[in-house]
Design a protein around this ligand. Structure first.
Ligand code: 5RP
Length: 219
């Protein structure tokens, strides 16, 4: 199976994790696009969605799925999103699609985070994928120095501004053995909007697309 077929497989499998009549938290990315397309086939069974990006909102609405503002919802039963990396504890790196801040906001509303990913995303130690960090522009040079001090090489993602109007730094060379500690540390640096370590908002379950089918990892 191709990587895209594995993404489609887990996008479909996520439907089994949606409570009847729910407002569903929806992430961003190519795996989530498959999930949104699958969601459209059962849209009569859900109330609508809260979206984590303009792209996902447009795709949801094109399918006729009602999109609610995150601000108008007190709680979501479930949030479904992809990952750039996930480890055996359910900790993730996200933000390859530059939607990390809104993703974390919507994930924060949810009781359960259902991660959908193809098997290439499962790693022993987070960090091979460069860590995305959304930052305030005027803090960029200082943050590049801060990352250098912990062994990371931070590079501005060319031509990208987030839905919130900020640049993204991609940080190469980090080995993230303690995701909770590093997420907390980086988030305290002035000028960091959101760091792409999802440890405080880790996956509750991962539906992993493999050649042998969907493997379910509970955390
Ligand atoms: C977007 C994300 C995505 O979930 C992550 O980049 C995975 O994307 P894809 O499903 O396209 O592999 O965090 O900000």
């Amino acid at each position: 199976m191709t990587q895209d077929e594995l993404k489609a497989l887990v996008g479909q499998a996520a439907l089994a994790h949606l409570p009847e009549g729910a407002i569903v938290g929806v992430g961003t990315g190519s795996t989530v696009n498959h999930f949104i397309d699958a969601l459209a086939t059962v849209k009569h069974r859900i109330k609508g969605a809260v979206s984590s990006s303009v792209r996902s909102t447009e795709r949801l609405q094109a399918h006729g799925i009602q999109v609610f503002e995150a601000d108008s919802v007190e709680r979501l039963a479930v949030y479904v999103d992809g990952a750039d990396e996930i480890d055996a504890r359910g900790y993730m790196i996200k933000g390859g699609g530059a939607a990390l801040t809104r993703e974390k906001i919507v994930a924060d509303l949810a009781d359960r985070f259902v991660c959908i990913a193809d098997e290439s995303k499962l790693v022993d130690v987070l960090g091979r994928f460069p860590l995305p960090v959304e930052v305030i522009g005027m803090a960029t040079a200082q943050l590049v120095r801060r990352f250098a001090a912990i062994g990371g090489r931070a590079v501005i993602r060319a031509g990208v501004t987030t839905d919130n109007g900020h640049p993204i730094l991609d940080v190469f060379g980090l080995q993230i053995h303690e995701p909770l500690v590093m997420e907390t540390e980086i988030n305290m640096w002035p000028g960091v909007v959101t760091c792409g370590i999802f440890a405080r908002h880790k996956a509750s379950v991962c539906l992993l697309g493999t050649a042998a089918g969907v493997k379910t990892l509970e955390f």
